[in-house]
Design a protein around this ligand. Structure first.
Ligand code: A3D
Length: 316
């Protein structure tokens, strides 16, 4: 039985971490492509040499030629530039649109049956560019952001409550940016919703509001600490969870940037919503009920993403 093939476009900080995690989880063989000469080859060889020590089997190949991604089952895209301190994700739009157009054309040529996960920022717009450039159906092209944003929310909540991260569930909707909508009402500890935990005296509304804001600013917090790039360990873990759900047909319910077709009153726009990921890619978009305040935050996020798409179309 042939192993699955995972292609990684971009061999930078996230790409290298993805390559290690995919191998350690034995998700399949790994092909890495990047324009930087020697980098995909070097990372592929370095990780292949870790495999005997860690005890996993995966074949690694690295190349500057897109042919290496041929017939991949999953393609995870991080090619492009990350932001530096003081930059917003949106400042990356011009340069990364060109990169994603090239990557999309190569996915169309070499891996037209793949499930494609985009990580390059500004996320909600880049996943739109990818779907158009690759011509793949919208259920096979998604963006990674919500798993990361909700992981950050879960981490902060677990610290506040002094409980295991495993018992904290968190929900984040909307675009990946300052307008993201952490949904307090749908987030819980062992099934107990956060508003109930406030009533139970586990935390205060002020502390919860501060955690929500820290979640929104989670990416910038890491950029300011690292100074030379953005987060990469947690983004890589998050994309691997999405790839694993597809490859193993787990049907996990994960927040992803998916193309809406009337759900939440939005049509033809990629934005973060809970989806079921199984062997056909996005198998279902989960539409939850929002109260007036949540709906207004979501609408605000939708307009922010819409104006970015318009800016991308104007620049193209
Ligand atoms: P970095 O370490 O710079 O890696 C990017 C790689 O892309 C580099 O190795 C480049 O050589 C390569 N590259 C550039 N242009 C091309 C091209 N045309 N074809 C192939 N490869 C190319 O960045 P990173 O890994 O830290 O981040 C990658 C992207 O992910 C950036 O756009 C970040 O902003 C984004 N990011 C998104 C999230 C989300 O949650 C959505 C989180 C963190 C980072």
């Amino acid at each position: 039985m042939a192993r699955n093939k995972i292609a990684l476009v971009g061999a930078g900080q996230i790409g290298g971490t993805l390559a290690l995690l995919a191998g350690m989880k034995e998700l399949g063989d790994i092909a890495i492509v990047d324009i930087a000469e020697g980098v995909p080859q070097g990372k592929a060889l370095d990780i292949a040499e870790a495999a005997p020590v860690e005890g996993f089997d995966a074949k690694y190949s690295g190349s500057n030629d897109y042919e290496v991604i041929k017939d991949a089952d999953v393609v995870i895209v991080t090619a492009g530039v990350p932001r530096k301190p003081g930059m917003s994700r949106d400042d990356l739009i011009g340069i990364n649109t060109g990169v994603i157009n090239t990557v999309g054309a190569n996915i169309k040529k070499y891996a037209p049956n793949a499930f494609v996960i985009v990580i390059t920022n500004p996320l909600d717009v880049m996943v739109e560019v990818m779907q158009r450039a690759s011509g793949l159906p919208a259920n096979k092209v998604v963006g990674m952001a919500g798993v990361l944003d909700s992981a950050r929310f879960r981490h902060f909540l677990a610290e506040e409550f002094k409980v295991s991260v495993e018992d904290v569930n968190a929900f984040v909707l909307g675009g990946h940016g300052d307008t993201m909508v952490p949904l307090v009402r749908y987030s819980s500890v062992a099934g107990i919703p956060l508003p109930d935990l406030v009533k139970m005296g586990w935390t205060t509304q002020e502390k919860l509001d501060a955690i929500v804001q820290r979640t929104r600013d989670g990416g910038a917090e890491i950029v300011n600490l690292l100074k030379t790039g953005s987060a990469f360990y947690a983004p890589a873990s998050s994309a691997i969870a999405m790839a694993e759900s597809y490859l193993k047909d787990k049907r996990r319910v994960l927040p992803c940037a998916a193309r809406l077709d009337g759900q939440y009153g939005v049509k033809g726009l990629y934005i973060g919503v809970p989806v079921v990921i199984g062997k056909n890619g996005v198998e279902k978009i989960v539409e939850i009920e929002l109260n007036a305040e949540e709906q207004s935050m979501f609408d605000h996020s939708v307009s922010a993403v819409k104006s970015l798409v318009a800016a991308m179309e104007k620049a193209a």
